[in-house]
Ligand binder design. Structure first.
Ligand SMILES: [Zn+2]
Length: 184
């Protein structure tokens, strides 16, 4: 299927940011949904940590505070927060089971720092109870996996998950999200 970037309308006052987003969208699966606004911001924080970007899902807006070379990976990650929100419980649970399998097998590493620090802080009780820390980890891991798959970033110091697990995740994305426009 050809990705059709026109299916997702990007609203952005900066022509250069819109262009950079368009360059990433052509590598991605097609999306279906209302426009998403992009903007730049300074000093973004998530609780106490500085972050590169934030997705404001109800406002349909993504704010960026990142270096230009990191933009493709970070844009892809934030966009997939919208996909996760609309993926449905069955698909989200399926991805959780994939990650549970990795954890049981002792798979270390991740495909982005956002998932990695959460993974390191997980306790068995978080996983068993499917508590907030576990669900946040699953969401961030989903978005980091999408960024690894679709951003066009072949190598990055934050891609620390072993190849066999990466390949399983790529197959999961193909099986569960491939072949149709993704609601955002
Ligand atoms: Zn995130």
């Amino acid at each position: 299927m050809n990705a059709d970037p026109r299916r997702l309308k990007i609203l952005c006052v900066s022509a250069s940011l819109r262009q950079k987003a368009g360059n990433v969208l052509v590598r991605m699966p097609p999306f279906a949904g209302n426009p998403i606004r992009l903007e730049t911001a300074r000093g973004l924080r998530d609780r106490s940590r500085a972050v590169h970007a934030g997705a404001f899902l109800r406002e349909r807006r993504i704010a960026f505070d990142c270096a230009a070379r990191e933009f493709p990976r970070i844009f892809a990650h934030e966009l997939f927060h919208f996909v996760w929100l609309r993926a449905g419980n069955a698909r989200r649970r399926s991805f959780e089971r994939l990650l549970e399998g990795e954890r049981r097998a002792g798979a270390r590493g991740e495909l982005g720092w956002s998932a990695e620090w959460r993974k390191r802080e997980l306790a068995d009780t978080d996983v068993r109870a499917r508590g907030r820390r576990w669900r946040e980890y699953c969401c961030e891991s989903f978005c980091d996996t999408a960024a690894w798959l679709y951003s066009g970033t072949a190598r990055h110091e934050e891609f620390t998950l072993a190849a066999r697990w990466r390949e399983r995740r790529a197959r999961w994305f193909e099986r569960h999200l491939g072949g149709r426009a993704l609601p955002v």
